[in-house]
Design a protein around this ligand. Structure first.
Ligand code: ADP
Ligand code: ADP
Length: 240
């Protein structure tokens, strides 16, 4: 369970990107964070695993406050957080399989990817997950040969193989066409539900949020301005 309390971020430029945001995500729910560009959505996700350092507030994952951790403890905690990015953040010159395995072994073991020296059970798990995302046949292809939708499915597989306590997803469909976006969102939320992993997903397409999320929160100018079900949002609209 993720409990974010009074999260604030003021950038060195003076931009107040987050002005004290509270949010909990638990069970196997999918929470979509929507809001216009510049609302602070990306900052919020990045502050959770401290890719960006929050200015104030706490971020508890299963009872552990991540904001107080030293570098080593933070590295360990990040292994429990699956990240999926807009631009995929894959290693282009490595194969699909190697990219997925970096999720399993973590950044510290990156060299194993280059030595192609992975434990057989990790490879077996990676094949299972690649089959699940429909890329079983593509394991040996280099990422730079893949389409955008295929890349994002590799991104999902890489995050899921970590057995994360939560999936944090930052604008997963911004680089994809509408049809592929739909497929990716469906796959992501289905896999998360199967594995009972909660998901927090930033998405600016309100339609996709309404269709795929269990709960929607609206962020505007660094503050939460809406929280409700997709049905609530459909009925009242987002007043921003
Ligand atoms: P969103 O993801 O909703 O588009 P962001 O979190 O990217 O919003 O941005 C929130 C605010 O913080 C914006 O005003 C943006 O200009 C500012 N911001 C984001 N990143 C930085 C940065 N590295 N340095 C300074 N300001 C930033
Ligand atoms: P070069 O020889 O050009 O430095 P490398 O083969 O070392 O390139 O790495 C290519 C890119 O992939 C680099 O940007 C590196 O930081 C990144 N990289 C290497 N290993 C990993 C990994 N396990 N996970 C994510 N990125 C990685």
């Amino acid at each position: 369970m993720l409990i974010v309390s009074e999260l604030q971020k003021t950038y060195p430029t003076g931009d107040e990107a987050l002005k004290g945001v509270d949010l909990s995500v638990e069970g196997s729910e999918t929470v979509a964070m929507i809001g216009p560009s510049g609302a602070g959505k990306s900052t919020f996700i990045r502050c959770i695993n401290r890719l960006t350092e929050p200015t104030a507030g706490t971020v508890e994952l299963d009872g552990e406050d991540l904001t107080g951790l030293d570098d080593e403890a933070l590295r360990a905690a990040r292994r429990d957080i699956g990240m999926i990015f807009q631009e995929y953040n894959l290693v282009e010159r490595l194969t699909v399989m190697e990219n997925v395995l970096t999720g399993r072994l973590g950044y510290v073991s990156a060299w194993a990817a280059f030595r192609r020296n992975f434990p057989p059970d990790a490879i077996e798990r990676a094949y299972e997950i690649l089959d699940r995302v429909g890329l079983g046949e593509m394991a040996d292809k280099r990422v730079d040969e893949l389409s955008g939708g295929q890349r994002q499915r590799v991104g999902i597989a890489r995050a899921v193989i970590q057995d994360p306590k939560i999936l944090l997803v930052d604008e997963p469909t911004s680089s994809l066409d509408p049809e592929t976006s739909e497929t990716v969102m469906k796959l992501l939320t289905e896999i998360a539900a199967e594995r009972e992993v909660p998901v927090l997903i930033n998405i600016h397409e309100v339609d996709l949020a309404i269709e795929h999320a269990d709960r929607i929160v609206g962020l505007h100018d660094g503050e939460l301005v809406f929280e409700g079900t997709p049905g609530d949002l459909d009925e009242h609209g987002l007043d921003t």
